[in-house]
Design a protein around this ligand. Structure first.
Ligand code: ADP
Ligand code: MG
Length: 685
């Protein structure tokens, strides 16, 4: 009989090739497989006659293939396969784009089943890229849909899940009995069985509750373990004298009230011998960098080194260029480290760091590489922490012996949930902007006003200002409604660019798939004002500062989350000039329209985050990626607040009883926590 711990190759149909493909999904054992959860379900119980189909409907159609035709368009670069299908009631087109190979999958005169979404096209009703099979092999019932990878089909994965189903009985309870009954949790094996192949709606609901609870409980337990390791623990106490005042007095501006408050919270932490673990949350432009500088100054004046890690090369370099000269005036030596340096420079920096000739290191995640050794590290700071994983944060911390930790983020997560999400950190908020900022004027417009928008952009360029245009995609996609960065750049180059087109300006394209040197060169030129208009994907989202840029245009704004739009808008309005943001919304989505209204009426990141919570949508702020938390598969921090609270209370109680999960009964839980947080969380304390 098949066992929970068997390798995946114990299943029929899994040979070396499939094994390799499954490994990409982190599925190596039967247990991994049954813990791999469906993304959604498809109701394949009903077959709809073609005459009854409605646009938007998701259903199965069974029909006979009468003819196959192929069309080419966009100068032959794109190809479309049309499969003409009919049943007794009518005819339907099945469309496949750029999938020439599928032509061989169909035989004229044979019957097939198609499952997909019906849409209205010029020639009538159609289904694009449906799932299909010969009619007699059709799958029926409520079917799980799993995230896939290349080389594996939905049907295969379902078949393997069915083969593995006898092992559900071997899944043992890993939570304490009292907790299981207190929280009314379904047996874990039964829950898995019902998640893959639901017996009924009610059983499915119970199963889902159990899975969500598990995930959030494990998440909270892990975060609390990280926290309990450092809070209260003895660390380095910095100089209790207000040595930082010298630096504050030397700044070219007085601190805002909020900055002063946050600085004093940080100083209290730093001067005590408890390890600091603090999150500074402050909207874009609220002045987090100055706060970080003050903390680093304190560290250095107390005889320790400090490190600042930023998520991108561009941002790290910008920090270095600001901080190094400011610190040099006080005799403080700064070094820079990134993945793109000359080997000799790198060696030199590493050597000076280790011997204590560098006081402050600024860099990308290159600073957490094993070869980087500090002389006497007392403070680690992570900027835009939501771009890093918990594990990277921990690795940075482990560069020193119990150093103080400060992480900064502009992700405006609602206050009410911040403490829950950042379970391992104390929280400081900079909730005030430096004086003299004029809010960015924001307008959300339809495509019909794009021309007016670019005319406005031209006027700004004529005044010597610079502009950003951001699009959600790099290349042209199948979906013809989205404008890609390449396409927009081409169009704007023709219009504005003196070298390639008719205008008097310079237009450049920047995207994530470009080589680092290329990106750096373009950013450098944009800073220097040699590029006037930058067309980009969201790579420019975080932190960067070009005060002369006054216009931000978001193409296909309906594709961005509110929080993301807020971040992007924060790239302008950073100098003395009035700045503008245009959201070009394609289509008629009600949610997109409401988001546009919120952006027009508010520049408060926290309020925007609260609204985002209500509306939800692509790129939403609660995507765990945004917070550097381990990925959550089934739970959703925004929607499952109550379960989260319950899981948190249970986790807290458990950690109080057994702060390091050493009790024998908690070993299975410990393993699950380790599994979620990965190698970054070393639980051997
Ligand atoms: P963020 O919080 O987004 O990282 P920065 O630290 O980059 O913001 O600060 C944005 C701009 O505001 C910088 O040009 C900085 O010099 C300036 N700034 C910071 N604090 C103050 C202040 N108290 N008064 C005036 N300007 C400030
Ligand atoms: Mg910043």
């Amino acid at each position: 009989m098949i066992q929970l711990t068997d390798p995946i190759t114990a299943l029929r149909g899994v040979g070396p090739k499939k094994e390799e493909a499954l490994a990409k999904l982190n599925i190596r054992s039967i247990e991994d497989l049954i813990r791999y959860l469906p993304r959604e379900y498809q109701d394949r119980t009903e077959v709809t006659p073609i005459a009854d189909l409605r646009p938007g409907q998701q259903t199965t159609v069974i029909g006979t293939v009468s003819r196959l035709t192929q069309n080419y368009y966009r100068a032959g670069r794109r190809q479309m396969l049309r499969v003409h299908v009919s049943d007794e009631t009518g005819a339907l087109s099945i469309l496949f784009f750029n999938a020439r190979f599928l032509k061989k999958a169909f035989r004229e005169g044979d019957q097939y089943a198609f499952y997909g979404t019906v849409s209205q096209v010029r020639t009538g009703l159609a289904m694009a890229h449906p799932q299909f099979s010969p009619a007699e092999e059709r799958e029926e019932g409520i079917l799980p849909v799993y995230p896939l990878t290349q080389g594996i089909t939905q049907k295969q994965l379902r078949d393997w899940q069915r083969q593995a189903s006898p092992v559900y009985d071997q899944v043992r309870e890993y939570l304490p009995e009292e907790m299981v009954s207190r929280c009314r949790l379904m047996d874990p094996g039964r829950a898995l069985a019902n998640i893959h192949f639901p017996e009924s709606r009610d059983r499915y609901r119970e199963a889902k509750f159990r899975m969500i609870f598990d995930e959030l409980f494990i998440l909270q337990t892990g975060l609390m373990l990280i926290r309990s390791r450092s809070t209260g623990a003895r660390g380095i106490a910095f100089d209790p004298q207000p040595v930082e005042q010298e630096y504050i007095n030397g700044l070219s501006f007085p601190l805002t009230g909020a900055q002063r408050r946050v600085v004093s919270q940080i100083m209290e932490d730093l001067e005590s011998d408890r390890i600091m673990n603090r999150l500074v949350q402050g909207d874009v432009g609220s002045g987090k960098t100055a706060v970080a500088e003050i903390a680093m100054f304190k560290a250095v004046r107390s005889g320790y080194q400090a490190v600042l890690m930023a998520p991108t090369e561009i941002l790290a370099r910008q920090h270095y260029e600001g901080i190094a000269p400011a610190f040099a005036r006080y005799g403080i030596r700064c070094g820079f480290l990134s993945g793109h340096m000359r080997a000799a420079d790198r060696r030199d920096t590493l050597q000076r760091l280790e011997t204590g000739q560098i006081d402050v290191l600024v860099g990308t995640h290159a600073v957490i590489q094993p070869e980087v050794v500090f002389h006497d590290l007392g403070l680690v700071i992570t900027d835009e922490q939501h771009r890093f994983g918990v594990d990277q944060r921990i690795r940075l911390r482990e560069k020193g012996t119990d150093p103080n930790v400060l992480v900064m983020t502009a992700t405006p997560i609602p206050r009410t949930l911040a403490v829950v999400v950042y379970g391992d950190l104390d929280l400081s908020v900079i909730d005030e902007m430096p004086p003299g900022r004029t809010p960015v004027k924001t307008r959300s417009i339809g495509e019909d006003l794009r021309e007016d928008c670019y005319r406005f952009v031209e006027q700004q360029l004529a005044k010597g200002r610079q502009a950003y245009v951001v699009t959600p995609l790099i290349e042209l996609s199948e979906s013809l409604e989205v404008r890609s960065a390449e396409e927009v750049a081409e169009e704007l180059q023709t219009r504005f660019d003196g070298e390639h087109g008719f205008g008097a300006y310079r237009v450049a394209l920047l995207h994530g798939a470009m080589k680092q040197e290329e990106k750096d060169r373009i950013m450098e030129e944009f800073y220097g004002g040699r590029i006037d208009l930058l067309v980009s994907t969201v790579v420019i989202e975080v932190g960067i500062n070009v005060p002369n840029a006054t216009v931000m245009v978001l193409e296909n704004a309906e594709r961005f989350g509110l929080a993301q739009m807020h971040q992007l808008r924060g790239r302008v309005g950073r100098g003395g000039h009035q700045s503008y943001c245009f959201l070009i919304i394609h289509g008629e989505s009600e949610v997109a329209r409401q988001r546009g209204e919120i952006m027009e009426s508010s520049s408060d990141g926290f309020l925007i985050a609260e609204e985002d919570l209500k509306l939800r949508g692509p790129g939403d702020i609660f995507g765990t990626r945004q917070h550097g938390l381990p990925p959550l598969v089934i739970s959703d921090l925004a929607r499952h607040g109550e379960i989260l609270q319950q899981a948190r209370d249970e986790a807290r109680q458990l950690i109080e009883e057994d702060p390091q999960l050493l009790h024998e009964d908690h070993q299975a839980l410990r393993e699950r926590v380790q599994g979620m947080f990965g190698s970054g969380l070393t639980l051997d304390l």
